[in-house]
Design a protein around this ligand. Sequence first.
Ligand code: AMP
Ligand code: MG
Length: 400
Amino acid sequence: MISVETARSQIVAAAAPLPAEQVALSQARGRVLAGDLAARVNHPPLAVSSMDGWAIRAADCQAAPATLAIIGESAAGKPFDGNVGPGQAVRIFTGAPMPAGADAVVRQEDAERRGGEVVVGTAVPPGKYVRTPGLDFAVGDVLLRSGTVLGPRQIGLAAAMNLVWLPVRRRPRVAILSTGDEIRMPGEPLGEAQIPGSNGPALVALIEAHGGEAVDLGIAQDSRQSISALLAGAAGVDLLVTSGGASVGDYDLVQDALAESGFILDFWKIAMRPGKPLMFGRLRDIPVLGLPGNPVSALVAALLFLVPMLRGFQGLPTDPPLATARLGCALPANGEREAFLRGSLAFDADGMGVATPFDKQDSAVLSGMSAADVLIIRPVDAPAAEAGDKVRILPLESWA
Ligand code: AMP
Ligand code: MG
């Protein structure tokens, strides 16, 4: 058995960043930038008003109230093209260019229009309510860095930078092969000893949630022929994930079928609970992650190894975002396998996280996996712990 850490570093090493491709702004959400992006425009491009009001010369309003002659109007997109001289004002709106000669804006609520004149009630310093050119950014400013995940805010910024095509990492294509004579497609009529396959749909969702493209190869029977036949669909993917066939007897079957196509095994037992029978190797140049069949084991192993691979392919940091909480109850000493207990996370009066493992920790209890807020991590050979002791947790909100 190898440790979770050793396994993860070997597995992640097989997930180097994929090449870049260009996508349009409208296709960029959730993608990861593959290069730094520099602004192609100044923002704002020229001095503009940040208020509705009057563009004036600050010197004219030092001794408010001051009465100024209205000489025109500047609206966003329709600038006033004259010059504001002493004793003059121009009606101006938010985002409208400042007319030449004016150096400040008086808010409309601080002035009163009287026919062709405006009476300014307060003095304003030069520059008041004026956004200077490039206040936000200037041409050439690098505002978005390689490795940034593009969410709504970053996409808005890229658009404001006048960019339309963005270089992003190609999505990792991941094939999923479920195995098991007893596994059926969800919704199918079930024989007495048959169960709906949950690993396939869960893995598809996990892969897509983490920026990958899932290729569901379906459910193979427990025979070399059936497994080999479906494996053909994995050609050209970046990663093959299998589920099931990991118990001692079955295990040889998946490996045998893979071996026919040139599979080389790196390792297949990890000191973790759930999820010990995890297999990793290569099918020619495709990394293969063999997950156990037990739904909880499969998902926990996917969180610890598959998600880091998906992130590695996209040039993102691969370490799970562990945090610290206090235990909500006592726990017995842990054995030789690192344990990942499904549990809830609450916050005490001081805002400190309190993680409490669920009672049922069987690796077939998918309801607990679904309800969990966190995985509570118990290191190899951890001594018994009391309620209130600090524990490491993997919060699932951003990771699963
Ligand atoms: P195996 O690794 O094939 O020995 O499977 C271990 C356990 O996981 C068995 O109880 C299987 O029925 C169950 N199992 C295997 N594959 C799936 C799947 N795709 N969905 C749900 N349960 C599964
Ligand atoms: Mg099986």
